[in-house]
Design a protein around this ligand. Structure first.
Ligand SMILES: [Zn+2]
Length: 174
């Protein structure tokens, strides 16, 4: 059984052609781009990403197609953009990919299919794909559904409503 250290940097298409299934845990610290987008892990705690990758060949109309199914779960924390306190997040990935011959084919076919298309490249590794998908799973603007930090409650009454400010501006004009 390969360790994730060995598997992560492998060219993904080469792995997919040869292997059927891998399921492992990778420490968040190893997924550097994801780690940088999250709050630092508390000392003494190790956060791991559980992932599962499966490849299979399908043959519709005799064309061999190489498919990948990537699933991953990772619990992280980000800063809530409303109250600025830490906010726990569960990132979940469940995506299907199909390999196509090259980048041009991927661009041409992308709008017509539900799955994501991958073109072979030495830069396309499990590490890069896993990091990309976890970053995509993050909210654009992380915010609690309901903020209840003391900072939020203290600041809220002072924030003027944008329309109220506008009304004040109009009144003051001659
Ligand atoms: Zn908040």
């Amino acid at each position: 059984m390969k360790t994730s250290d060995m598997l992560l940097p492998l060219e993904l298409q080469l792995w997919a052609q040869a292997e059927g299934l891998a399921a492992q845990s990778t420490p968040l610290a190893q997924l550097t781009r994801v780690a940088q987008a999250c709050l630092p892990t508390p000392a003494g705690q190790e956060v791991v990403c559980e992932w599962r990758l499966q490849s299979h060949l399908r043959h519709p109309d005799t064309l061999k197609q190489l498919w990948l199914h990537l699933q991953a779960r990772l619990s992280v924390a980000q800063t809530c953009q409303r109250c600025l306190s830490p906010m726990p997040l569960l990132l979940e990935v469940d995506r299907h990919f199909r390999f196509v011959a090259d980048e041009a084919t991927a661009l041409a076919e992308d709008d017509d299919c539900e799955e994501d298309l991958l073109s072979p490249s030495p830069d396309l590794t499990l590490q890069s794909l896993l990091e990309d998908e976890l970053l995509l799973a993050m909210p654009l603007i992380p915010r609690h559904d309901r903020c209840d930090s003391p900072i939020e409650r203290a600041q809220e009454p002072d924030l003027p409503h944008p329309f109220a400010a506008l009304a004040g501006l109009k009144l003051s004009q001659p």
